[in-house]
Design a protein. Sequence first.
Length: 295
Amino acid sequence: MAARSYRFLRRTLVVGCLLTAAAVPAAPPAAPQAVRPAAPTETAKAPPATVLRMLQMNLCNSGRAACYTGRARARAAEVITAETPDVVTLNEICANDLTVLSRVFQTVHPGRTVVAAFQAAGDRPSGNDTRCRNGQRFGIGVLTHVPASATPRTVYAGTHPTQDPADPEERAWLCVDVDGVVLACTTHLSASGGYRIALTQCDHLLDAVLPTISRQAGHLPTVLGGDLNLRAGHNPDVRSCIPPGHQRLDDGRLQHITATPDITLCCRTLVPMHEATDHPGLLATLTIDHSRRPA
């Protein structure tokens, strides 16, 4: 992974299909049957909406930042157990944090298959990944669940093309296609450069990257949870990078959940982390309107 050529590839869209559905032999053709034409007044019923609970957390668990306490992962496990979210987006984690939390996530979704995806932040000086103090890769993650192990799901990940040249950490983004129902994404944007770099990263992610992935996945509704290092009502204002028609919730500071117009966001809850990290948990309910998805 230290090769320069691989480092270049990480800046581009990476599509990794984790599992593909097994092919099923076609059944023999059935005998033709008469079909009654639909009456003029009959209309197709809209598919039922999907309701999911989403939790965004920044654990500050690199071991290098001033906000590190060593207690954030344990508190995150308590929150997942208590709140039973369907999607969890995680920032500032070590690779093993995702492994541990995925086991907790499995206990609250028995009978389902957990999907755990991780994307490391780049390290410019070494050309490799940024590391936590414990030597593990440092980055972002997504947890979700699907009906069965054979359910196809795709992970998309990459590095933002604009980075702060004074910061060795190269910020990344990550998305998971959740059972063909929603594209669940996370990112942790730049915290330096007067937050103008974060705004540029936000613009590119929401205006170019996520719409492209959504189209490739069949126009999937898309939700993004993350520490954007931008605030509403400040300069720069996070709202200037949110596309028209998108909804947004925040924790009153830097964490946000934003969604495409075919998703309704509601019921924002701030979950106390008891000073285990410097951000509260941000919990929201997503209602996905499948009738608004393009054919």
